[in-house]
Design a protein around this ligand. Sequence first.
Ligand code: SF4
Length: 453
Amino acid sequence: MVLVSYLNPLSEEGRNIVRGLGGLEEISEHNDDLMDIVIHTNRQTISNQEVVPETLVDLAINRIKWYIERKNNKDFNPNDYAYFFNEDIAEYDTIVFHILAQAIANQFRPGSREVKLFVESQGLMIEDRLIKLQLSDKKELVEEILNDLLIRDGIEWSFLKDLIATKKLSLTDLVLDNGEIVLDREQFVFSYGDKFSDRSPDRVYDILIGDNLRELILTKLLMQNTEDYIKSIQSQLAIVEMHPAIVELGEMLDEAISESLAQYSTYYASGGAFGNMEIGKLVREAFPPCIANTVDGVSSGGRNDAIVLLLTSFVSYARLYPGIFGSDRTVKVSDIDTNLNITLNEILPLIYEAADNCTPPLFEDQPQEKINIISKLGFGMHEEVSLENEGETKWYTPMSCEKIKMHLPQLCKENKDCAKINNPLSYYSRKKWIMSKNGEFNKDSADESSSNQ
Ligand code: SF4
């Protein structure tokens, strides 16, 4: 029988396994038994030392690397991480899940990219394990876990309201009868059997519910529980001191995640004739006249729009994602500036400096415009940027030249470099490219106030 904690490490069984761990010093020790399971896993690659864990710390880091590779690497080789799908690894994997949760909760902020990555990795791990399990084991495990989670036929849909509120599950995924979730075949046929004249209700049940709905609910609930588990650890961090072995694992994860993700970063959209539009320090000398005029301060009408709409979007995209117009993806500031250091130390100071240069200084008579700036960066209507609030509003994209000429004509003082461009961001990328080609641009000309990325 496969252990319940193979899918649900937060089960009572999983917590007992963790209690059985001698001490956290053990997680860095060479583990022969773990190596034995790994090496004897069917089809496991053993020629690549990097993927073979020798300690529980290795196993923890590889669990995260597996997810990043699995999601991003087109040439992903499942045999590199076959041991994660060997049921014999369940006990070690359960311990590793718990130490990972603690290390991530301690090292990274609530709602951070790394916390999301861990929750999503747990979801994908469960999905892949469900696919690989023998049918009889799978049915038994799913039934047992759903029972533990109090998911049974006839519960009110509102029992799953947290999953629906966080968009992990949609109401349209569920089959409801008077607000109660239908999971059983007999119940479905009893409630809806007479509604189908052209096909068998059993067949419709298999399509709409079958095992798929149970597995979907199970996976999403376990992801939600993982997220809640991280939050509960984070809420205790002020009163509980983390074990040094966990702190060290968090630091190792920070490095491993950044390195692994950097290989698959797509924030380098092609700039066509202007080379790749890479993120980099702001080069003020490459700002177009409309932006340079805004940074110097706006004294006449249009002051608020110049700072809040024009400059905020321009500076943030120029610094973080100048290739936005060549991309068809939706991005958030934290996708690139993961811990918001660049936003806090480079982008906002430049916007606030420009606001201060206005006559009268923008925040002196309209302090609420700070909230509007935060909102245009995608962090909702708040006074500070915070990962927790990201996504409440959209990251506003830069205005086109046409709009600037229409709404802020006093700022547009076209020069020869404005020819053939239709957006200040294109001007900036082209100008940087020309400056670099002429040897006029080097890193020293970047904004000196910038901190290192
Ligand atoms: S043409 Fe476009 S880029 Fe040039 S100053 Fe006018 S608005 Fe700015």
